[in-house]
Design a protein around this ligand. Sequence first.
Ligand SMILES: [Zn+2]
Length: 398
Amino acid sequence: MTGKKLETPIKQILPGRPVSEVISAVGHRLRGCRRVHTTIDRREHDMTTTLRNVRVFDGDRLLEPGTVVIDGALIGNPGPEGTDVDGRSGVLLPGLFDAHVHLLGPDDLDRLAASGVTTALDMACWPPPHVDALRGRVPDIRSAGTPAIGAGGPHARMPGMPADAILSAPEEAEPFVAKRVAEGSDYIKIVAERPGPDMLDQATVDALVAAARAHGKLSVAHASSVAAYRTAVQAGVDVVTHVPLDGVLDDETVARMVAEGQVAVPTLSMMEATVRGRGRPGEAYENARDSVAALHAAGVPVLAGTDANSAPGSPSPVSHGDSLHHELALLVEAGLSTVEALRSATSLPARCFGLGDRGSITPGLRADLVLVTGDPLADIAATRSIERIWCAGVDVTR
Ligand SMILES: [Zn+2]
């Protein structure tokens, strides 16, 4: 999706302040999307909004038409006062997660927000002040900060990759992780590549996973080949992102993920874009899709993530926001039911990333909500029919 500048600013919530103290920032009008807005009247958060006549997907299943109350930044309990909104029999979803994005700047956030993404999990972004500048806005983000990579792979040649991202021995794992934690990384990103000279070897990936765990952080490994995926799984990484293009995951690897409680973020949107962009011999999108089918059939939690990025000249462009809806469709195509696809972008990522304050529609949780006019349980494409979006109770569409 291409965005163009809008006069209207998007809402911004300042870090460390109550969400009721919202100021204006930059925003965009997005082609085919709602306009996302803007300054908020502080009084908005002193009031309650009552959504009536909505069918609620509570993060797990669809409930009978009912009433949901937004009380400030949270989902509240029904009360007499407040503004009424007629949901017109639409479906109310928890705000959507994209469990794998990259963030260059506020434009990326605006596109995510306009597509109903209220939580975005960044999987590599630097330097730390840049990450911090993107926090506390809409969507709410978490970030890996600087990733761990080997000197020999393509990631080491990405423009601007900081020197301290490169590791060459297991002993460097602990200082690397300690530095990320000091910088504020929310989890540790590890780039596992095909075994070879100057790639992160098994011992170094093992040490990174162990160091992350010792610091109380989740580890997330990039793995887009069968061999890299095995390295990541064998290391006991918490989350593996991407799926191989050069083959389908073998039963042993999948069984190990089930046994270890590992989680997959396949980024089918990126795998599709990669095949389209570089088309290497021996690589096929079908391998990615069939790996997702195998993971899902075995019971590995599969999360919706896109690898959305806006790097200029990227050979595999994936648009922010719009791609999340495409990802849901690809997950359904790969064998998830529509309900499972919705969970993959709501309750499951909240649980897997320890964000217990969101991901379902329950009193006391953050009022991250998306009202759609269609029925995404009947047709997953209906997640695109967005009527209203709230992020921490802030109506970003009004
Ligand atoms: Zn990525």
